[in-house]
Design a protein around this ligand. Structure first.
Ligand SMILES: Cc1cc2nc3c(=O)[nH]c(=O)nc-3n(C[C@H](O)[C@H](O)[C@H](O)COP(=O)(O)O)c2cc1C
Length: 339
């Protein structure tokens, strides 16, 4: 397996739905939904990339951090790195049906597990999307986290019961799919959640609840007050609202408000291990990667594991070059700011 082979494989399999650009930055695919682009002008997807690009790191070489440790623990799982495959559903309509939904979920979860990490699975109109994720997680002995669309609460609670049976350590709800085109087009009722509705979910669901799609301090604080165990700072890869800031820009404020009281994860535009280090320095405890792992799934679980390994290796090199011997060393002081 190598990068060029994976890229060629992806280009053949995805057709016009994803060009597998050298840099996956949302420019060529702007507005392509169904497809893998950002919504309308694609600016929110692009802003994720630009916000991370604007973060600069201090290079440090006078220290003893020569063999950094990237391991951590998430919801009781020992992790090789704080890296999680983001949930991606709807391979049939977003990705040229390049592989059956079940095979995709299996590649993501198995590839994540092979890498000593965790994979998340998605949800969508056809019920096979969610079911495929649950089956893949069950096969992996519960080493995965399913994500449920913000459907009526009674439906979420029912879907979360199957999540609990799969052995998953937590369940997520991507509340930012409140107006997702792919769902509204096929008349699947989804919508925003009030604090009271989130509190009902946190109370009724047996598993820790993660709210995905938080972009403001207010939403983070409301999720915390409602009893959520964690949040994912995310604009859904720029697919739900045009012209949001990049997630790296809003992460520090959100982390300052709620970190230590709930899990703070982030996604959006993370393309290398250096980006992972930047997100950790900005306050995240775990980082989700979407499109790059999706593209790597063109090579099945092996392709996904290859992409994980590359990012973890880059993270290690970045830790050496910034002076971090363990993840806890990485903080705001790693970020260069012009005086
Ligand atoms: C084609 C596609 C499908 C997605 N499906 C889901 C989904 O079912 N549930 C969800 O929570 N997020 C979904 N997402 C959002 C991702 O989980 C993640 O937030 C986003 O892709 C991160 O940005 P990145 O791709 O730049 O890493 C989807 C994203 C894409 C591109």
């Amino acid at each position: 397996m190598d990068k060029a082979v994976l890229r060629e494989l992806g280009r053949k399999k995805f057709g016009k739905f994803c060009r597998v650009c050298n840099t996956c930055d949302g420019v060529a695919c702007a507005g392509e939904i169904p497809g893998i682009g950002g919504v309308l002008t694609g600016r929110s997807f692009q802003n994720n990339i630009l916000a991370l690009r604007a973060v600069l790191l201090h290079q440090r070489i006078v220290h003893g951090a020569g063999s950094p440790d990237t391991s951590c623990e998430i919801f009781g799982f020992k992790m090789a790195a704080p890296l999680i495959a983001a949930p991606i559903g709807g391979i049939s309509y977003n990705l040229n049906d390049f592989t059956p939904e079940g095979d995709y979920a299996r590649s993501i979860v198995a590839g994540s597990v092979q890498s000593g990490c965790l994979g998340m699975t998605g949800d969508g109109g056809p019920e096979i999307i969610y079911r495929s994720g649950i089956e893949a997680i069950t096969e992996a002995g519960g080493r995965g986290i399913p994500t449920i669309k913000p459907r009526p609460n009674r439906d979420i609670i029912r879907q979360a019961e199957t999540a609990a049976r799969s052995g998953a350590p937590a369940v997520a709800v991507d509340v930012d799919s409140a107006a997702l085109v792919n769902m509204t087009r096929i008349n699947q009722p989804v919508g925003p959640k009030t604090e009271r509705e989130i509190a009902e979910l946190a109370r009724e669901i047996q598993l820790p609840l993660i709210i995905k799609g938080v972009m403001t301090v207010e939403d983070a604080e409301a999720s915390l007050a409602a009893g959520a165990a964690g949040i994912v700072v995310s604009n859904h890869g720029g697919r739900v609202l045009d012209h949001t800031p990049g997630t790296a820009a809003v992460l520090p404020g959100i982390a300052r408000a709620v970190k230590g009281k709930m899990a703070v994860w982030v996604d959006g535009g993370v393309r290398t291990g250096v980006d992972i280090l930047k997100m950790l320095a900005l306050g995240a405890e775990a980082i989700l990667v979407g499109r790059p792992f999706m593209q790597a799934a063109a090579g099945g679980a092996e392709g996904v594991a290859f992409a994980f390994a590359a990012m973890i290796e880059q993270l290690k090199l970045a830790m050496i070059m910034t002076g971090a011997s363990k993840l806890a060393d990485i903080d705001d002081s790693f970020i260069f700011r012009e005086k």
